[in-house]
Design a binder for this molecule. Sequence first.
Ligand SMILES: [Zn+2]
Length: 323
Amino acid sequence: MAANSFRSATRHRHRDLVLSHDHTPRPFAANAKRRHEPQVQIDVRQEADAPVRALLVVAHPDDESECAALVYRITHELGGVVDQIVVTNGEGGHQYSALAEAYYRLPLNPDRDGQEALAGIRRDELIRAGRILGIRHHYFLDQKDTGPTLDPSAGLGDWDIATIRRQLQMLLGLEKYDLVLFLMPTPDTHGHHKTVAALALEALAGLETAERPAAVGVQTARTGTGQPENFSELEGYPLTRTTSPEPTWSFDRSTPLACHPAIEYSIVVNWVIAEHKSQGLFQMESGKRSHEHFWLFEAGGEAGSRRWREFLQLVGQTAAQEK
Ligand SMILES: [Zn+2]
């Protein structure tokens, strides 16, 4: 039962508060024991003594793959905790689902009434990916995925924004995360990614200044493409201002894992990508992304910057080898 992971007295009090509310996100116990699935022994300290506690806020099931190597590192090598909020059900991601229809033996295209089946499958895919990554709790906000757009205001019109805001505020207030991660709201990315970044930053900026986690955006890039494009702010959304146009840190997925010098983080990333079979083309593109780039946002303030520095120090102390 997921609630058992809230062990401290303080968290029990908060948990009761959370679970008594009608529209409060219920954590899904991603690591609950299931038959026929590998039970990985993970050094995860699930409580306040974890050296790093992170919340990943994403629009779609599969967005977590953008920072898969970092999440794995936090959960498996740093002894940290990562939770995830997924805003939409992902039913808009049917463009390349034809191959997966044969695998799942279900229609997944809306032309054949497959949207409900696709939403359920994407949720299962995400939970399996989350198991690989060691994600502690998934919070599904069940908003409609209205499909591809570049417009950051699309989600604001289509979703129950008041509920999303309330749930973000509640979780951030209760869990005292060190890091809040989201996909970079770059001009050419999905509009839902931009909306989610803006909402996460808004909730984070609503915390007391000393309580704010580091607000961190992630974007992957291919080998050979050099540094990613600079990002300072998404026009019209001043809360999306970064502390520096360049990434403040980059992680090479070909870095060896701590468990064996010949085994790289890219293997874990490929495991995660492979769980998202419904996304077809995604399999081809995401596997080519060799680096995870991270930007720090001003909304975290001094406390967020300090927490980010402490995190990088922690990574530096435990890194197998940076490239
Ligand atoms: Zn997405």
